[in-house]
Design a protein around this ligand. Structure first.
Ligand code: GCW
Length: 611
């Protein structure tokens, strides 16, 4: 079995390059190794261009003009285009977002929360433990698609991780130094109550002692790591401590931290994933998707300039289908980051195929330009040889980088480039792998979450069907299916959630006749005999989607076995595909049976639905 050194995903073409100490040196080394056929690449450094670059030249050689990190991004863009046989991008290329972040949920004991690719690449036994060559390889992976921030530790900051700021600070600095030549800056998740773990009697953001503690801490940390990108905070969320404990607002909490790190140019990334996770399921007056908007809209304009509010793309929690978070449309005076999840927590655990770039395309096109200043994605990386558990899950990391650079990117074009860089397949097979991955999201949605029916997953693990798994729990995640109807009315006659949208979305979602089918049961409670736009009944559509999704998964299995992938990707992909097909069958039968028992409706096509 090949080790990770042989499996550099899309970077196989650069495996001979030497490392460098600065982005410019790396750019020179990478291009010298790649263009070993005599073509030369010249670099012209123009500091003020920062991340931007411009490539010119052609026949004889290339010239890359760019800022300190721009030259590196230019070098990689050039190599990617040449290797994929594409036209080299013309004109000045500048990223749309200054911060293109990966958030790792790595714990210091080496486990990774929601990790499906093995243990942490850099933590084990409550300290840093890694192969430096692999960390450089990671820096290169990230830089080659323009990612420039890596938050190394879980947003759920367990006690040992607090020492990244003190006892382990020299190790944190050493780790940061390995990534620096690739233009990747470190970020750290911090615990709001940290001062209390270290002797203070409170973590109240308005307490002078607490403020001094954070100012002192920031000074120490930025002295050791002068280019640290900032702190990431999960506060008052899922039992994490936060300013609410002291009767303070999230603006007061965030601003206190922001002021401590402002002198060093640090950014305070504050997550908006805050909701009541101890809801009584009997209580229909609380509707979890409303939570972030209700909490943060009144605070628009109250945050300091170096605070970034990081909002998950949907109002719930990375479900298979959610509408865009209304907060991303509503907040006008607060710098925002949109958060995606490359880790396939609800989308197949890196077993089932799920290429996500179409989600990013939908999200960015609904948000419009200029409303967010940064992009973040939860990492799908781990210590597995292929980095991402499933070798194809790497396509998500790759495409994420391209979208974080340019949100107008094309999902299929990004995927084709990854396929070409990763595998040397005959043209017909490239098409077939591309088609399989392009369809994968819709297929997964059909057998797991049709009509916006989410959360019907096995509690805690979030893989496999369990229609009532979350129904009587405290997390605010209900489908409220009974013998008459299913779904939740989120219009003004119901929970009022749809009112958080501006027009025309508010009216679009409010009417079941105009609401997109894929969100129908997210916004509405409807009877099983409700007639859909295409004339089918709601229950028939539920049955049809589950049968179809499962059949499509089986067809993907056949298409996969026809590909001449290299080993061990071939065997790994085949094994995971078998698991995906088993999963799809289980979803089909469990969900269809569940709704058949309630509705008593027979399938119009007489297919098997178990009693
Ligand atoms: O969906 C939930 C996950 C948690 C995660 C949380 C979050 C890091 O199940 O594992 O915690 O989201 O985003 O904070």
């Amino acid at each position: 079995m090949a080790g990770w050194e042989e499996r550099r995903a899309w970077l196989r073409c650069m495996e001979k390059a030497a490392w460098g100490d600065t982005p410019l040196e790396v750019a020179k080394n990478e291009t010298a190794a790649y263009f070993s056929n005599g073509k030369t690449v010249e670099f012209q450094l123009e500091q003020e261009m920062q991340d931007s670059f411009e490539i010119s030249g052609g026949d004889q050689g290339w010239r890359v003009r760019g800022g300190e990190t721009g030259v590196l991004y230019g070098a990689y863009a050039l190599i990617r285009a040449c290797e994929a046989g594409e036209t080299v991008p013309a004109g000045v290329q500048a990223p749309s977002y200054a911060l293109r972040m990966i958030n790792c949920w790595d714990n210091m004991d080496g486990s990774v929360e929601r990790g499906y690719a093995g243990r942490s690449i850099w933590f084990e036994g409550n300290r840093f433990e890694y192969e430096p060559a692999r960390i450089r390889q990671l820096g290169r992976l990230l830089a080659s698609v323009g990612i420039n921030v890596l938050c190394v530790n879980n947003v759920n900051v367990h006690q040992p991780a607090q020492h990244l700021l003190d006892g382990l600070l020299p190790d944190t600095a050493r780790f940061a130094a390995l990534l620096r030549p690739f233009g990747v800056r470190l970020m750290l998740s911090i615990d709001f109550s940290q001062p209390m773990q270290q002797g203070l009697s409170t973590a109240d953001p308005l307490d002078a002692g607490v403020q001094a503690w954070w100012a002192e801490t920031a000074k120490r940390v930025w002295t050791a790591i002068p280019d640290l990108a900032g702190f990431l905070v999960k506060a008052d969320s899922e039992h994490r401590p936060g300013p609410n404990t002291y009767g303070r607002t999230h603006a007061e909490g965030a601003n206190m931290l922001a002021r401590a790190i402002a002198p060093y140019g640090g950014r305070l990334v504050w997550r908006a994933f805050v909701y009541n996770c101890m809801q009584d399921w009997r209580d229909k007056t609380i509707d979890r998707p409303r939570a972030a908007y209700d909490l943060y809209m009144p605070l628009d304009g109250a945050f300091d300039g170096n605070v970034i509010l990081q909002v998950k793309h949907g109002p719930y929690d990375f479900q298979v289908r959610e509408p865009l978070s209304p907060l991303l449309l509503g907040m006008e005076k607060t710098p925002l980051a949109v958060e995606f999840q490359l880790a396939q927590e609800y989308t197949g655990h890196q077993i089932d195929l799920y290429y996500m770039a179409s989600l990013w395309r939908e999200t960015f096109s609904q948000m419009g330009k200029g409303s967010v200043t940064a992009v973040a994605a939860v990492s799908n990386l781990g210590r597995d040889d292929c980095w991402t558990g499933h070798p194809f899950a790497m396509a998500n990391l790759f495409a994420y980088g391209l979208f974080a650079w340019d949100p107008d990117s094309d999902p299929e074009k990004a995927l084709r480039q990854w396929v070409k860089l990763t595998y040397a397949l005959p043209a017909g097979q490239e098409d077939s792998l591309t088609a399989m991955l392009m369809d994968s999201r819709a297929v997964y949605e059909r057998y797991t979450a049709t009509l916006g029916l989410c959360w019907m997953v096995q509690p805690n693990i979030h893989y496999g069907p369990s229609p009532y798994g979350y129904e009587f729990q405290a997390w605010g995640t209900y489908n409220r299916a009974d013998r008459n109807a299913v779904g939740i009315d989120r219009t003004k006659n119901g929970t009022g959630y749809a009112e958080q949208y501006p027009e025309p979305l508010r009216s679009l979602y409010a009417d079941p006749q105009t609401c997109p089918d894929n969100l129908l049961l997210f916004f509405h409670r409807l009877p099983y005999d409700f007639v859909m736009k295409d004339g089918r009944t709601l229950i028939q559509r539920i049955y049809d989607d589950h049968f179809q999704g499962c059949q499509e998964a089986e067809a993907m299995g056949e298409a996969l076995s026809a590909l001449s992938l290299p080993s061990p990707d071939r065997e790994e992909a085949a094994e995971r595909m078998q698991a995906q097909i088993r999963n799809a069958r289980e979803w089909r039968d469990v969900t269809n049976t569940f709704f058949h028992r309630f509705s008593g409706a027979e399938d119009r096509h007489g297919r098997t639905i178990y009693d």
